[in-house]
Design a protein around this ligand. Structure first.
Ligand SMILES: [Zn+2]
Ligand SMILES: [Zn+2]
Length: 445
């Protein structure tokens, strides 16, 4: 079987210069078919796992039960599993002879929000987060990623005659707070365990199931949190001349900070600043002492990020100066860095995925959300991060044409992937991506 895979991938590689394209693509398609059959027989178990995790989500660093469920699955497949890496994270290793170590990551965490999908397996669970009781929901689809991750592990173990090396399957906590990857690295992910030669991760999104989107280079945005506190002098709403009004400063800042985006940043470069919270004041006739603003800053390139941060800081200080107020408190808290997809890794997987998925595997522009998978990449693991769709293709087409209702995106309380085709595509694409790298390595390329 090793020779079978090697032969068909070799013919795929040759197809650029020899008229073998149809033959090579047919071969990869038949490999995809045999993976499909294996996924089909595993599917009832994967669906039960998916629905169980979906109905009982856990929030960042609380994912004890979720991690235990995955640990049991991986042990049953013959992986050596270490729990509590980076608090609630999981590392599962499967050694199968000499070859590279390939990391496949899933996230474990859900979101502090109420699910409103009405699905039979919807979450009604609550937890306490940051001192408040909140609903919890898998509205980012990390449950799809977990089911695909277990399915990929099972498929690769079933195909172990076809590859040699080490699988390093990791389940990361707290992706939504972009702190779980750092926690795992700080807990010795790449020192207590083998440092992977290559890495893969996937994320689902509101486009057609069966579709796989990828990109070389920048894959997601840099994210920074903004905290600005304007200090004024409180007093009576009817005596503004005796006060320094921080509500006025906050209002000016919210509007003027957008000129950093529209007048200072190169319009052809990506950059966003959004103010998501304003906290200040208690009553209609009291000018408060201070007002706090919270926001998020998203960019792709470091030089654009530096320019934006400088402009935002200058605008906040200028606004305070205009009101003759003391300097504002400004904190910019560094969040996730952009995920940079390695051209070499993408190149290896691209050939096979293109042959298997045809025009349903296609490049797409970088996404504006952020992702702490970048921590692993920046720690020296050349990687590929790709996206899979979750909705019926007809619904997506209707929404795009304006004939259907808007499709709920990730983090919407209505986000509801169609499980079977989504999980199957996740398993097939990830299995083929991993096999493509093992195969290229085995042939010394
Ligand atoms: Zn999310
Ligand atoms: Zn997510």
């Amino acid at each position: 079987m090793t020779r079978f895979l090697a032969t068909l991938l070799a013919s795929a590689a040759l197809c650029a210069c020899l008229p073998l394209r149809a033959h090579a693509e047919l071969d990869v398609v038949s490999l995809k078919n045999s993976i499909e059959k294996s996924v089909e027989s595993d599917y009832p178990k994967l669906e039960a796992l998916y629905k169980d995790i979906h109905a009982h989500p856990e929030i960042a660093f609380q994912e004890e039960k979720t991690a235990a469920k995955l640990a049991a699955e991986m042990r049953a497949l013959g992986f050596e599993v270490t729990e509590h890496v980076g608090k609630t994270g999981l590392v599962a290793i499967y050694k199968n002879g000499d070859g590279p170590t390939i990391m496949v990551r899933t996230e474990l965490d859900a979101l502090p929000m109420e699910e409103k999908t009405g699905l039979s397996y919807a979450s009604h669970d609550k937890t306490v987060w940051e001192g408040r009781e909140t609903f919890v929901a898998h509205s980012c689809g990390h449950d799809i990623h977990m089911a695909s991750w277990v399915g990929t592990a099972e498929t690769l173990v079933g195909l172990k005659e076809q590859w040699h090396g080490t699988l390093m399957f990791i389940a990361q906590p707290a992706e939504e707070t972009v702190s779980g990857a750092k926690a795992m690295l700080a807990d010795g992910l790449f020192t207590r365990f083998p440092k992977p030669d290559f890495g893969f991760a996937l994320h689902d999104g509101p486009f057609a199931y069966g579709t796989v989107l990828y990109r070389v280079g920048i894959g997601s945005s840099n994210s920074d949190s903004l905290y600005v506190k304007f200090h004024g002098r409180g007093g009576h709403g009817a005596r503004p001349e005796a006060t320094i009004d921080p509500v006025m400063m906050a209002a000016r800042f919210v509007v003027d900070v957008q000129s950093v985006v529209s007048r200072e940043k190169d319009p052809s470069e990506f950059g966003i600043v959004s103010i998501g919270a304003i906290h200040g004041g208690t009553a209609e006739n009291i000018i408060p002492d201070d007002v706090l603003l919270l926001g998020t800053i998203r960019t792709f390139k470091p030089e654009v990020r530096a320019k934006m941060l400088a402009g935002i800081e200058r605008t906040a200080k200028a606004v305070a100066t205009m009101s003759n107020a003391p300097e504002p408190e400004i904190k910019i808290i560094e969040g996730a860095k952009a995920v940079i997809n390695d051209p070499g890794v993408v190149g290896m997987a691209e050939k096979v995925l293109k042959a298997a998925f045809g025009d349903k595997f296609r490049p797409s522009p970088p996404g504006t959300p952020s992702e702490d998978f970048s921590e692993f990449v920046n720690a020296g693991v050349p990687s590929m991060f790709f996206n899979i769709g979750v909705y019926e293709p007809e619904r997506v087409a209707a929404a795009r044409a304006g004939n259907g209702s808007q499709l709920p995106v990730n983090h919407s309380p209505l986000f509801a992937p169609v499980p079977k085709p989504t999980i199957e595509t996740g398993v097939e694409a990830m299995t083929l991506a991993v096999l493509s790298v093992f195969d290229q390595h085995a042939r010394g390329q």
